[in-house]
Design a protein. Sequence first.
Lengths: 249, 118
Amino acid sequence: MLQAGRALKVSIYLSDGATHHGVPVYSSILDFLFYRGISGATVIKGIAGFGADHHMHSSSVVEISDRLPIKIEFIETREKVDSILGKLEELTGSGLIEMQETTVAKPAQRSKPKLQMPPEHLKMEGKAKMMRIYVSEEDRWKNKPLHEALVEAMRANDIAGVTVYRGILGYGAHRRIAKDRPQFASHHGSIMLSAVDTAEKLQAFMPIVDQMVFEGLVVFSDVDIVKYAYRALETQAAQTSSSSVSAPR
Amino acid sequence: MKEQFAAKMVRIHFGEDDRWHGKPLHEAILAKCVELGIAEAIVFRGIEGYGSASRIRHSTRWNLSKDAPIQLSIVDTEEQIARLIPYLDTMVEEGLVATSTVEAIRYSQPAGIAASHS
């Protein structure tokens, strides 16, 4: 929780037009900050500017241009900034991150409970848990499909990996049963997310599931991790488009 | 509402072309689950696989009904699953039924206001 007093103001200047997992980088960064429980962040689109490549970018006519400079700003405590900086640098790619000391005169009011910080990424082997979440494809959270929001939340919380399955038939906590006209006869609608990670990390993620899932079932089972391989950082190009979901920082 | 309980998960593997009294087997099993009041049941269609009969099963873009592998995943309490197993024994003629012990957490809304949440 951001209190009045000393804090850090972080500004991220993005190389324009870059995408990360097919979405604009600013959007991935915003999602990342959001699911990591940063108090607030603002994305500002510049009307003209130039960056490290010394190319001047501007929109000479009034039109939507994706080649314009973008700046993301947020204010947080130094500890929190330090805890997310590694991943943030990775997401920012060729962009610039600037920090400055600032003083919070009045913190903004918060109406939601704080998201929990997960432990650092672990090299996993041996005992672990598989978490399966059953929801409906029609469920939404903050105007996006719930299963997509859950995947984003898991990615932001460094859950090692998640796969979404769409069932061809199904019913359950997320879907009413009508015996006369069984609703499961609909050929879409049942979604299962399957994630594997340590019991502690999945438990730490549960408060977020509590907030996001209103109807559904979560099932935990014991698994043994035989192999956990990820694409190492060294092999990634230092570009924002690189895949970094499960890479350690 | 959030409730936590010890549960069993049943996974049933067979082929999409398998039938029970003329109906696709997965639909028949799902109907049985509804009848028994089983909490959660979901059917997945695999894109490739093979099973107890050692036939490679796959679905192609051109022919969706080429006996794709089917997996049914069912979750409920041990007692409820015990009621279902005898039916599975008779209905699944060729396939695999596996159970495992799981911990389940169910989120539900009281009936009536369920649809109002967005």
